[in-house]
Design a protein. Structure first.
Length: 274
C-alpha cells in the first residue's frame, strides 16, 4: 500500500454512509420415514425442514428459520452455523449460500439484510443430535414441507404434529434459474421467511434433479432404491426406475456389500463415486 492510499484510508469516514445490519438464516432439510416398512415393502420418505418458534418480539411465537445477527469477528457462514447450533443444538459443517434477501422493510426493526443458507442433515447424523430450542428460540421442531402450484400462486404447507402453517406466494421473476417471490400470506411465519424457504426448496429441487445434494441425505453406503426415494421425496415427482438407474450410474460405484434383514431380498450397496 503506497503513501497516497494510506493517507486516503486514514481520513476515510465509513460512518458517513448508512449501513445495514446483517443476518444469516439457515434452511436445514432432512428426511424421515413416512411409514414403517412392512414385509417386502420399502419405507417411504418425507422431506422436512427445521424451524424455531421465536421467543422474543418481533413476531414472538411465530415460526422462523434459525438465524441471527452477524458478529464483527465472523463470516456469514460462521454466523449461520453458530446461530443454528445456539437455537436448535444442530451442528452442521456444510452450508451452501442460496441468496441475499434485502427487500426494504423486510424486518420491522430496521434495515436488515439476510444471507440465506441451505444445509442437509442425514438421518444418520440426525440420530446423533438432540434437536431442541435454545437461546432465544422457544422451541425447535421438524416440519414436513410441501410446495405446489394453485391458481397462479405457490402454496407452501408446513406440518408438524397437529400444527399446520400455510403460506401463499406469487412468482415474480425468473433470473439465473432462480425465481423471486412475493408473499401474499405468511401463514404464521416470521419476517420474509416464507420467501426464503420457498427459494431454498426450489434450489434443493433443482440440485436434486442434477443428482447434487442427494448423497448428503444418506449414509456413505446405500441402495439405488434408497437414492431414488431421496430424489422423489425432494422433487415430489416419481421417477422411472430404469431411467433413474441409467442416469445415476455415472455418479455411483458398486461395493461388495449387500443389505440384510427386514424381510427384503438382499440389495447391493453403492457409494458415491469420488
Amino acid at each position: 500500500m503506497n503513501q497516497e492510499e494510506q493517507e486516503f484510508l486514514k481520513n476515510y469516514r465509513l460512518d458517513k454512509y448508512p449501513r445495514p445490519s446483517v443476518t444469516a438464516d439457515a434452511a436445514v432439510f432432512s428426511l424421515h420415514h413416512e411409514q414403517q416398512p412392512g414385509y417386502r415393502r420399502e419405507p417411504g420418505k418425507k422431506l422436512c425442514i427445521l424451524l424455531i418458534q421465536r421467543g422474543n418480539p418481533p413476531f414472538q411465537n411465530c415460526w422462523a428459520l434459525p438465524g441471527g445477527f452477524l458478529q464483527p469477528d465472523e463470516t456469514v457462514e460462521t454466523c449461520a452455523a453458530r446461530e443454528l447450533k445456539e437455537e436448535t443444538c444442530a451442528d452442521v459443517t456444510l452450508l451452501r449460500h442460496i441468496g441475499i434477501f434485502s427487500q426494504p422493510e423486510r424486518d420491522p426493526r430496521g434495515w436488515i439484510i439476510s444471507n440465506a443458507f441451505l444445509s442437509v442433515l442425514s438421518e444418520e447424523k440426525l440420530g446423533n443430535m438432540e434437536i431442541q430450542g435454545a437461546d432465544d428460540a422457544a422451541c425447535a421442531r421438524w416440519f414436513d414441507i410441501e410446495l405446489y402450484h394453485k391458481n397462479k400462486t405457490e402454496i407452501l404447507t408446513l406440518e408438524s404434529g397437529d400444527l399446520t402453517l400455510k403460506a401463499e406466494l406469487k412468482k415474480k421473476k425468473n433470473q439465473f434459474a432462480m425465481w423471486e417471490y412475493e408473499i401474499l400470506e405468511n401463514g404464521g411465519l416470521a419476517f420474509d421467511h416464507a420467501k426464503i424457504i420457498v427459494s431454498a426448496l426450489t434450489y434443493l429441487r433443482q440440485a436434486a434433479e442434477q443428482f447434487d445434494l442427494l448423497f448428503d441425505f444418506l449414509p456413505e453406503q446405500f441402495t439405488l432404491t434408497e437414492l431414488q426415494k431421496v430424489q422423489e421425496a425432494i422433487t415430489a415427482v416419481p421417477a422411472l426406475t430404469a431411467n433413474f438407474r441409467r442416469k445415476i450410474s455415472d455418479y455411483v460405484t458398486e461395493t461388495e456389500k449387500f443389505t440384510s434383514g427386514a424381510g427384503h431380498r438382499p440389495a447391493r450397496l453403492y457409494q458415491r463415486k469420488s
